[in-house]
Design a protein around this ligand. Structure first.
Ligand code: GLN
Length: 540
């Protein structure tokens, strides 16, 4: 068995209490005490991964360096810890069953009846221990998605029970996140839902060591005593998690409540020193005391659900803080834009980002938004489909190829500036078959991209099937849209930018996936700077 210590985070009463943020915040605090930490999430649904899920169902699909399509909580883990995650950090019920069933087909169970217990729970435990066994981490935090008592999370809870038994009391800690609601009619906070939720956990054989209680109001000493008494935890293990102004406040709030110290005492790790969180505080200081502001429009297709663009929104938070500037994000539905209203709808923006996406819906509105940004010298940032729209717009309106399109939208277009990648043409299975994960990109010396990154070689993450059709590259470059980033192995175009424009950059990859509190992404930082400059010049 590895030397790693394991923290299990479960949730009760309701979903959406913020287990991901609590896990990331605790991870941050432990990391700030010099421990190496990784965070893993189990999702109890049957999809193998969220890659084929509609963003309305599940929010953004976050992509790791190794090309795993994962839950958006992994984005929080990376943004907080500044450390890459991988396929091993996100496992679904679907993947667990798939692994077990594949082994059954190979005959690996030697004629035994294959069952939830022990085979499924063993597979879950293997996936828990696997990260610790790499020897890279002192602490592995495992977040169990869903709520205690859900039928579909039962095998995970049972696996946690077994793992806690196998690991022993000083090598594992169980944190249960619940809601302590405020009943206006009674004028008080109510502990009963938490008591019930803990009972449910106890029934499954798990006594939580620490309770983290989400609440709109502070927990009085009386409430803490009551929770401690009825849930069998020491009073100092009742942790208040008040609603915070931003998710980035949560590590400091958890520090104030000494969540890190409770965990370390459980593990018998001494903790005399304070965690080193000065740079985090500095970031928060800048975030909360902006000296200016900019209006950025995010033109997308899933704007009713901001979670669909989580990493982009967070990358703007990081880039705003780096510029000491508040970024006011306007979420604009691409479908609502047309040639008549685009000027009116976008005129108050200092910068325009056209978002990633799939399929035809909203595509023409996105193209109008690009045209508006290009013609009116508004800083423009296109990501993935956003870059593809910028290419189509340029082909139609500058190269005068009115029929230009992506073969994703019109398969038989006469001017296919965006086309399916060669190795995508024979693919019929939709799950996990896009161009996924980290690829290297060479930047053209002297280009804006080179200037922004300050280097000629970068690695960025991808999630797409279509690409710029290199057949037309010369036409584009002759008119001032240049390919400033190229994949050195395949020659696929990764970045296009416009000469003669204050800031017009599109990337085939997703830079937002690598922006963290510690290292805000340079493209976002410089885009915001360009928007600030545009605003200043327009106000002169
Ligand atoms: N639909 C486009 C493609 O598959 C863009 C994908 C995206 O924006 N992530 O290439």
């Amino acid at each position: 068995m590895s030397k790693a210590k394991y923290i299990f985070v479960t949730g009760g009463v309701t979903s959406s209490l913020g287990k991901g943020i609590i896990s990331a915040s605790l991870g941050k605090l432990l990391q700030a005490r010099g421990l190496t930490v990784t965070i893993q999430k189990f999702d109890p649904y049957l999809n193998i991964d969220p890659g084929t899920l509609n963003p309305y169902e599940h929010g953004e699909c976050y992509v790791t360096d190794d090309g795993a399509e994962t839950d958006l909580d992994l984005g929080h883990y990376e943004r907080f810890l500044s450390q890459p995650t991988s396929q091993a950090n996100n496992i679904t019920t679907g993947r667990i069953y798939d692994n077990v069933i594949q082994r059954e087909r190979k005959g690996e169970f030697l004629g035994k009846t294959v069952q939830v217990i022990p085979h499924i729970t063993d597979e879950i435990k293997n996936n828990i221990y696997k990260l610790g066994e790499t020897g890279k981490y002192d602490i592995v935090i495992t977040e169990i998605g869903g709520c205690v008592g859900d039928i579909e999370s039962l095998p995970f809870i049972e696996a946690v029970r077994q793992a806690r038994f196998e690991l022993g009391p000083t090598n594992s800690a169980s944190i249960h996140l619940t809601l302590v609601p405020y009943l206006r009619a009674a004028g008080e906070l109510k502990t009963k839902p938490t008591q019930h939720s803990v009972k449910e956990l106890l029934e499954a054989g798990i006594q939580p060591d620490i309770l983290v209680c989400r609440s709109e109001y502070g927990l009085s000493q009386d409430i803490r005593k009551k929770l401690a008494l009825f849930c069998n935890v020491p009073i100092n293990a009742v942790i208040e998690a008040r609603d915070a102004e931003t998710i980035y406040d949560v590590p400091l709030l958890m520090r104030k409540e000494k969540l890190d110290e409770r965990v370390l005492s459980k593990f018998k790790i001494s903790y005399k020193k304070e965690p080193k969180i000065e740079s985090w505080k500095e970031f928060l200081g800048k975030l909360k005391n902006p000296t200016g502001d900019v209006n950025i429009g995010l033109i997308g297709k899933y704007v009713e659900l901001p979670d669909a663009y989580k990493s982009i929104a967070e990358a703007f938070v990081h880039a705003g803080a780096a510029n000491e500037c508040k970024v006011n994000l306007s979420w604009i539905h691409a479908e609502d834009l047309d040639g008549d209203n685009v000027h009116r709808e976008l005129k108050d923006l200092d910068g325009i980002l056209v978002a990633p996406g799939f399929g035809e819906r909203g595509i023409e509105g996105k193209i109008y938004a690009v045209q508006y940004a290009r013609e009116n010298n508004i800083p423009f940032f296109g990501i993935c489909l956003g870059l593809q729209c910028a290419i189509i717009e340029f082909a139609r309106n500058v190269l005068k190829k009115k029929k230009a399109n992506s073969t994703e939208m019109v398969s038989k277009t006469s001017y296919p500036v965006i086309d399916l990648m060669e190795d995508q043409k024979k693919i019929t299975n939709m799950g996990g078959t896009m161009r996924l994960g980290s690829y290297s990109c060479h930047l053209k010396k002297g280009s804006r991209a080179h200037n922004v990154y300050g280097t000629t070689k970068v690695n960025e993450r991808h999630r797409h099937r279509y690409e710029f059709n290199n057949k037309y590259l010369e036409d584009f470059e002759n008119e001032g849209m240049i390919a400033s980033g190229i994949n050195p192995d395949t020659k696929l175009v990764e970045i296009m930018e416009l000469n003669n424009h204050p800031w017009f950059v599109g990337t085939q990859y997703h830079p937002e996936l690598k922006s963290t509190v510690k290292d805000p992404h340079p493209l976002f930082v410089r885009f915001i700077r360009a928007a600030l400059e545009t605003k200043q010049t327009n106000n002169l």
